[in-house]
Design a protein around this ligand. Structure first.
Ligand SMILES: C[S@@+](CC[C@H](N)C(=O)[O-])C[C@H]1O[C@@H](n2cnc3c(N)ncnc32)[C@H](O)[C@@H]1O
Length: 209
């Protein structure tokens, strides 16, 4: 089946993407909802978690994406594979991640990945960037103690901006890494590596109090 065609970017501040989502009910989407959950925010076509769901099947995987057709396509593919630990959800994560995760059982979200989010280069578009203070707050509220957030991008100023947001929150502790800790690369990561561009990566662990 041909890949679904979509706009390269959508404006997350336009009225359509400001609509409030329903909180997610993980019992209705995963066969074993009490497994540890990895949240991949801005998952695009979702191939990273598709491969992770096969490679490390003892976890559940939830992809979050703003481009609706990609979510439908990814859920179709997940359904065809028969994997019951994989699901994708349409959500404008810069506004509504907290709403989506309302009611999520404590301790379930054990890992978050934020990989190559759109940089929205122009200064006047900076407000459209996906990672903001509200997102960091939501992740801190829902991540299990000791859980990790993996952030990577090839855009240096965006890496600095995102890392700073996590560094400014004392609930997180930065963990230095020199390579991607996951066994699977995203589509964007492969494209960046093919062009031999640098990748800026970090991990932030939620402190155990
Ligand atoms: C450059 S792509 C990278 C996709 C994937 N993570 C990878 O590394 O291949 C960024 C993705 O984030 C999605 N995205 C951007 N803003 C978003 C938002 N506010 N909420 C959810 N997804 C968003 C885009 O639609 C796009 O699919």
């Amino acid at each position: 089946m041909p890949r679904v065609r979509v706009h390269q970017h959508v404006n997350p501040l336009s009225p359509f993407y400001r609509q409030e989502p329903q909180p997610i009910d993980i019992e209705s989407i995963f066969a074993e909802s009490d497994r540890p959950l990895l949240l991949d925010i801005g998952c695009a076509r979702g191939r990273f978690i598709l491969k992770m769901a096969e490679a490390q099947p003892s976890w559940n995987y939830l992809g979050i994406e703003i481009r609706h057709p990609l979510v439908d396509e990814a859920n179709r593919i997940a359904c065809d594979t028969g994997l019951t630990n994989l699901h994708y959800e349409f959500c404008n994560a810069m506004l509504w991640l907290g709403r989506l995760l309302t009611g999520m059982p404590a301790g379930i979200v054990q890992a978050v990945t934020i990989q190559f989010p759109d940089p929205w280069f122009k200064k006047k578009h900076a407000k459209r960037r996906m990672v903001n203070e509200e997102m960091v707050e939501t992740i801190a509220e829902h991540l299990a103690p000791g859980g990790r957030v993996f952030v990577q991008t090839d855009i240096e100023f965006l890496a600095d901006e995102m890392f700073e947001l996590f560094r400014n929150d004392s609930r997180f502790e930065e963990v230095e890494i020199d390579s991607n800790p996951f066994p699977v690369k995203t589509e964007r990561e492969k494209a960046v590596e093919d062009r031999s561009l640098p990748v800026y990566r970090s991990v932030f662990a939620l402190r155990r109090s």
